[in-house]
Design a protein around this ligand. Sequence first.
Ligand SMILES: C[S@@+](CC[C@H](N)C(=O)[O-])C[C@H]1O[C@@H](n2cnc3c(N)ncnc32)[C@H](O)[C@@H]1O
Length: 215
Amino acid sequence: MKLLSTRQLLAGGALAAVASSLWWRKHPSACPYGQRFWVELPHPLITRSRLREVLAPVAGERVLEIGPGTGYYTLDIARWLQPGGELEIFDIQQQMLDHTLARAREMGVANVKAACGDARQLPYPDASFDAVCLTTVLGEIPGQQAALGEFARVLRPGGRLVVGEVMLDPHWVSPGKLKRGGEAAGLGLVRRCGNPLGYFARLERPALAAGQTAA
Ligand SMILES: C[S@@+](CC[C@H](N)C(=O)[O-])C[C@H]1O[C@@H](n2cnc3c(N)ncnc32)[C@H](O)[C@@H]1O
């Protein structure tokens, strides 16, 4: 039997990697709590300091973090909102929320509240947040457009949506797809930090014109 050459093995491996990443992009699903090891690894390119730069949080604001996982960004965001601000975390897995809340308690961070559910149907009133943020979450949601519509709904006029993505994530969302989806939900792209390998994008709900009232 003829053995495969190194080149053939490498080509086969690359093909398998592309096929598996295409499969995951067509089959969105939440990263299970049992595999939280992946979300606890360092997040190069989409660092906490880059998130802070793009989110531009202000003390006293009310912010919603979708899909915090085990809280890689959560405690920092909550601290950036102090004094007076509040961070709501929302995840489809209660175990992720419990894990993050336990970390917040251990670190003495008291301005974090949690709710469990699907991002395509948020339990918050219209225009109730200054900002919504999510990192490596959007591609895990089947029907991303419904979720983008919900983020736009809960943002106040002038509010911002910050999305972080890394290409190594099997559920990666490209900058172009995010821009088109945001526009369809009424959110305009304002800035992007990084490159397609790893980026944070900031989209905004248009502010009200003078004399206009929020819908
Ligand atoms: C890959 S983890 C990212 C965790 C964290 N943002 C980070 O970057 O370390 C994705 C998170 O999104 C949550 N998630 C996935 N689908 C969701 C949905 N439809 N609604 C709310 N949360 C969801 C998962 O449970 C998980 O906690």
